[in-house]
Design a binder for this molecule. Structure first.
Ligand code: B12
Length: 426
């Protein structure tokens, strides 16, 4: 979505834009397009699991396009701008939302790399100057999301635009959408960056308009809402559901939210408007764990999950294993708690303490096994840390945490009832 939002902003400003999705089209295609096009500006979107591949890509782009401006953006620029500039050879890193920034940057880039002298005025830019790495004042989050053009999904390759999804039917494809940006909570495992902490939302009209266009153009009947907190504003959620019932009956969708942002009436409305699945980061069933994660909720998970099921909405629960204070017993208890909940599916993730999160600092202080620079030597092409843990609490090895996560997953899904629920998805 980031690429599609940036492309839409540039296109609305009159630029000619080409998007290449390295994940789906591969790096060779990306480099071939870059060589053929010789663009003024190449922007690369970087999140933590992509640091290593992004640095390697930047070096190849630099060799292929010595005169183009190379810019990095995305969540990682908030903690790793110096690395992107020095190890990666990016000309600059842009922190914060990119829609306005990329237009200003494109104007500067028309003059090629010498024009970069002017980006000293670009809010949110971090760049190399003779005196070292220099950070401009921060960029303010865009206050009016509806003023942003809709993401230019038409510029993405088909495979990135829509993905297969069980709820989209056998031939159907699902589209991703954001109806809000930001989050008001501060869970200690989550990467917090300035613009994420300012919650803003699209109007229900704009959301339904975007869905209607996707439905007409691509026949999309299932939508994935990627918001951090889809139901934070109850009144807006209700208004959105009512509008969806009137304007797009028959579509289905799924979203993610918190236990304490749902009630029975809201659940009825969500279900009536096409919500089929809600995804919760449940993390743990033990209130002490949740307090240590700064993720307290006064709601009982069993009661909320049951209310979802009664409303006709399936629930997927995400759990974490390997907190700095975890023991074998506490991990087993967490897996047992998950099995007692009427969930459609559950995922048990080994904790990845990401730099920029309070849990990273805590993991460094405990004397567990911690490959604290894992992101420097791994990437999505090598999804090791997503499956084999980078951290284990004192008294446990990383391999053990990985085995507990695999076992918890198996024990959850190998039950006959759970298998039936999983296979009947859709
Ligand atoms: C949807 C999502 C997923 C999806 C899809 C991921 C994907 N690859 O598309 C799934 C569920 C698969 C997922 C998985 C993971 N995710 Co995730 N995910 C998100 C989420 C909720 C939304 C991403 C999104 O589309 N945002 C909307 C776009 C518009 O925002 P954006 O990407 O930040 O882009 C804006 C700016 O950053 C900027 N910008 C971006 N690129 C560029 C480039 C240039 C040149 C410029 C100028 C500007 C610019 O402009 C954009 C528009 O304003 C974010 C949290 C969030 N709210 O953003 C986490 C988030 C990106 N995920 C995160 C993590 C940690 C993961 C996992 C590693 C989790 C795990 N432990 O397994 C995995 C990694 C797998 C992977 N393939 O990447 C972290 C990344 C932290 C970091 N330091 O990089 C985030 C930020 C959550 C968090 N707060 O901790 N994720």
């Amino acid at each position: 979505l980031a690429l599609a939002y940036l492309a839409a902003a540039l296109r609305a400003a009159g630029a000619s834009v080409q998007v290449v999705d390295r994940e789906n089209q591969g790096e060779e295609t990306l480099l071939r397009v870059a060589r053929d096009l010789r663009p003024h500006l190449v922007g690369v979107s970087v999140a933590m699991p992509m640091l290593k591949p992004a640095l390697e890509l930047a070096a190849r782009l630099r060799r292929a396009l010595p005169d183009s401006v190379l810019a990095a953006g995305g969540p990682l620029t908030h903690t790793h701008a110096p690395e992107l500039l020095t190890a990666g050879g990016f000309d600059l890193a842009v922190q914060g939302e990119g829609e306005a920034a990329v237009i200003e940057l494109a104007r500067v880039a028309l003059e090629g790399r010498p024009g970069l002298a002017q980006v000293t005025g670009l809010a949110g830019a971090v760049l190399r100057l003779s005196g070292g790495v220099h950070s401009n004042p921060p960029r303010r989050p865009d206050p009016d999301l509806d003023a942003l053009p809709m993401p230019a999904l038409d510029l993405l390759p088909a495979a990135s635009r829509l993905v297969r999804h069980p709820l989209a039917g056998s031939r159907g494809r699902a589209a991703a959408l954001l109806t809000s940006r930001g989050c008001v909570y501060h869970c200690r495992f989550c990467y917090q960056y300035p613009f994420k902490q300012v919650y803003r939302q699209h109007s229900p009209e704009r959301v339904v308009e975007e869905m209607t266009r996707l439905n007409r153009r691509y026949g999309t009947v299932h939508f994935r809402f990627l918001d951090d907190l889809f139901t934070l504003d109850r009144a807006r959620t209700l208004a959105l559901c009512q509008l969806l019932c009137r304007r797009l009956p028959g579509v289905s969708w799924h979203c993610g939210t918190r236990l304490d942002l749902l009630d029975r009436e809201l659940l009825r409305e969500l279900a009536g408007a096409g919500c089929r699945v809600v995804n919760f980061g449940l993390e743990s069933g033990d209130p002490d764990d949740l307090a240590r994660l700064s993720k307290t909720s006064r709601r009982d998970p069993t009661e909320v999950v049951q209310a979802c099921v009664e409303a006709g909405i399936d629930v997927i629960g995400q759990f974490i294993l390997g907190f700095p204070w975890d023991t074998r017993g506490s991990m087993l208890a967490r897996a047992r708690h998950a099995r007692r909940l009427p969930l459609r599916a559950a995922t048990f993730w080994p904790l990845i303490p990401f730099p920029g999160t309070p849990l990273y600092e805590e993991a460094l202080r405990t004397h567990g096994e911690f490959d604290a620079t894992f992101f420097e030597h791994t990437g999505l092409d090598d999804p090791g840390p997503l499956f084999s843990p980078v951290y284990s609490p004192p008294g446990l090895t990383r391999r053990e945490v990985g085995r507990y996560a695999a076992w918890a997953q198996l024990a959850f899904h190998a039950r006959p009832g759970s298998l039936v629920r999983l296979l009947s998805a859709g």
